[in-house]
Design a protein around this ligand. Structure first.
Ligand code: FPP
Length: 251
């Protein structure tokens, strides 16, 4: 077997039937990674893009159908102006640079969040990338940008309330399925596994509704250092979990 073949092979200690279908990731620690090296914070974000690309490829290689990354939260606007501007330009550049490769690899990209307040040029690039990759059949890659779980829930409530007001929906008919259809993540299965790097043990307003029964894995590794070996460890840990979804196990 050559190296290329062995790379795409699932490690033998992972059980194919127990792989998560959807992995979400909070890419934390870019700033600290840069600070440790006396580099500007933004270099950490640049390195973070490489780590994300590697994870996307690894998910695809190992048969995971959906990856969702938290790229920019509704709270991140409170960062220094220069860093926010850098991130917006970085997202735009990555989209432009990576589109051809996403097409070759069959990646279907989608942005989730309130995109209406992003810079116009970024909105155009996002729309173009989403349209161009819409019919791709490979991994679905969701990028949460200007995303906040609470804002998403409020947004859904307003939509549903409007439908009730207009007589298109009865209050008694509102259920989980209808609610999910008004979230930014409409049509995306809930994450099975959420990975957070850099040691922080919180959700930070990410996928609040969707993570009701998702498993969490936290590693102290800073995001730019997160690699295939780390992901392998996270999956091994995940496969040991007993997912009961609030029920008791039948004997
Ligand atoms: C958190 O680290 C990271 C971010 C807010 C930005 C993450 C964005 C990327 C890696 C780019 C992704 C690009 C695309 C197009 C999907 P931090 O700055 O909070 O680190 P710190 O906690 O050490 O300060």
């Amino acid at each position: 077997m050559n190296v290329a073949q062995s790379l795409i092979e699932l490690p033998s200690d992972l059980v194919p039937e127990k792989m998560p279908r959807h992995v979400a990731v909070i890419m934390d620690g870019n700033g600290r990674w840069a600070k440790k090296r006396s580099l500007p914070r933004v270099v950490g974000h640049q390195k973070g893009v490489d780590a994300l690309k590697n994870l996307l490829r690894c998910c695809d290689d190992w048969g995971i159908g959906v990856l969702t990354a938290y790229a920019f939260s509704t709270e991140n606007w409170g960062r220094p102006r220069l860093e926010v501007d850098f991130l917006m330009t970085l997202f735009e550049g990555v989209l432009r640079r990576e589109l051809a490769e996403m097409m070759t690899e069959g990646v279907k990209i989608r942005f989730v969040g309130d995109l209406t307040v992003l810079p116009a040029s970024l909105q155009r690039e996002i729309a173009y990338a989403m349209d161009t990759t819409a019919n791709n059949k490979g991994i679905q890659f969701n990028v949460a940008t200007n995303y906040g779980g609470r804002q998403e829930i409020l947004h859904a409530c307003r939509h549903i309330a409007t439908q009730v007001q207009e007589g298109k929906l009865q209050v008694e008919d509102i259920n989980e399925d209808i609610f999910e259809n008004h979230l930014y993540t409409k049509g995306i299965i809930n994450p099975d596994l959420l990975i957070r790097t850099s040691g922080e043990m919180r959700l930070s307003n990410f996928l609040l509704w969707q993570m009701a029964y998702g498993e969490m894995y936290v590693t102290s590794t800073l995001w730019p250092d997160f690699n295939r070996q780390e992901f392998h460890q996270a999956l091994l840990d995940y496969q040991k979990r007993d997912r009961r979804f609030g029920k008791v196990k039948e004997e």
